[in-house]
Write a protein that binds this ligand. Structure first.
Ligand SMILES: *Cc1c(COP(=O)(O)O)cnc(C)c1O
Length: 403
């Protein structure tokens, strides 16, 4: 956590609708980084990171979708991972150091991290993924870049991969020889850039549709994305309400209704990037509101949905609005719709966090036709996979990293 959340000038918010995404991102990033990173460097990190559109699309009179999936791996995690990679590179260049990033992935994080760190100087990346347990496209996203990106196909589960990574981080004899670093979503360098697009969503809304009471709905798992929005509000962005939308892994909505935070082992769902039973950003949320349940409730409302409800939402939205949601965005849409039943005066902005083509089987199952596959994803399928197969034994991983 930052010691305190910096404040934006009120005039920045008043004039925000006249600013571009890059201008907004620069102002916000400067508040966090200006003591250590020059303006010119912040500017270049931002233009490199955000080299794609983040449009706000109207679905119906009071529901809007912020499409966060136009990055290279078609998921919102590109934004945090790309920013972090460039920030790491900037500090490593100064310190003349080399680091080795080690990540375990069940799919989306690995591909965003691999893509973001590809060809970044002074950085090697090793990604552990469970053999046969990620989708074909996800596997290709991890295993076809090569260069400084190494893929380890582990004979085991995601938990085995994560356990191996934790053992490596706890091994002092390894750390003495290899400068290991993590790229998971606890890293603040991923949260800061995720606050940019809350401002950008607001700016686009005000520019096109004027002022309103805006509720932002975030499909959540580890709650990094939603926490970045809470940062934005603390910095001065006038968001009326946050809506936390989850699948059956509803630890946070349960907390909001009962006042008890009870972590559980995660359940498998069709919105699998949100299958988190003990969200690591919960303690950040509590810290932002001084552990005050009533304050948390004033800012965040929570809803959760079953897989059947998620599929029904995808089908209804495709029929009514001719818009194809991915299963994560569908959970968020369902939450906005439910919230507006008792709060009809609120304008809902929900985040679409992944391109539906990344979950083509789930989408086809729900709406009856497959989603359109973007050219970049289609060509991936033809590229050759390069991965090192490994049994889930720590000594094997250690030998690999040392060599
Ligand atoms: C990671 C992910 C989420 C959940 O984001 P958190 O910041 O962990 O809450 C939602 N949707 C998609 C597509 C994701 O990849």
């Amino acid at each position: 956590m930052p010691m305190q959340i910096p404040q934006l000038k009120p005039s920045f918010i008043e004039n925000i609708s006249q600013r571009s995404l890059h201008e907004i991102a620069f102002e916000v990033a400067q508040l966090f980084l200006s003591e250590e990173v020059s303006d010119a460097e912040i500017q270049s990190i931002i233009t490199d990171t955000l080299n794609f559109e983040i449009p706000l699309v109207q679905l119906q009179s009071n529901v809007y979708c912020l499409e966060l999936f136009h990055g290279p791996t078609f998921a919102f995690k590109d934004i945090g991972a790309r920013f972090m990679a460039r920030l790491f590179a900037r500090f490593l260049k100064d310190e003349n150091r080399q680091i080795h990033i080690l990540v375990a992935t069940s799919g989306d994080t690995g591909s965003a991290v691999a893509n973001a760190f590809w060809n970044v100087p002074n950085i090697d990346v090793t990604i552990l993924y469970p053999s046969g347990k990620v989708s074909l496209l996800q596997e290709k996203q991890l295993t076809t870049l090569c260069g400084n990106i190494n893929a380890l196909e582990i004979d085991g589960t995601f938990d085995d991969c994560q356990h191996l990574v934790k053992q490596a981080f706890a091994d002092n004899s390894l750390q003495a020889k290899v400068n290991l670093a993590s790229a998971n979503s606890i890293n603040l360098a991923r949260l800061i850039p995720q606050s940019f697009y809350y401002f950008w969503a607001y700016a686009q809304y005000v520019a096109k549709w004027g002022s309103a009471k805006i509720a932002v709905c975030v499909p959540s798992g580890n709650f990094g994305n939603l926490t970045a929005g809470l940062f934005a509000k603390k910095m001065g962005l006038p968001i009326h309400q946050f809506i936390a939308a989850t699948n059956a892994n509803d630890v946070v909505p349960q907390y909001l209704s009962s006042g008890n935070f009870v972590p559980r082992t995660s359940l498998q769902t069709i919105s699998n990037a949100m299958d988190v039973g003990n969200p690591s950003n919960f303690s950040r949320i509590m810290a932002l509101y001084d552990d005050n349940l009533e304050l948390v409730r004033k800012n965040i409302v929570g809803y959760s949905f079953s897989d059947d409800e998620t599929r029904a939402t995808m089908k209804a939205v495709a029929q009514k609005y001719n818009y194809v949601l991915d299963p994560h965005g569908a959970v968020a849409y369902a939450a906005i719709a439910k919230h507006q039943q008792s709060n009809p005066d609120v304008v809902g902005v929900f985040f679409e966090t992944a391109h539906p083509a990344k979950f083509d089987n789930v989408v086809e199952d729900a709406i009856g036709v497959p989603p359109v596959i973007p050219h970049e994803l289609a060509t991936l399928a033809t590229k050759e996979k390069v991965a090192t197969k490994m049994k889930a034994h720590y000594e094997l991983l250690k030998a690999y990293l040392l060599q």
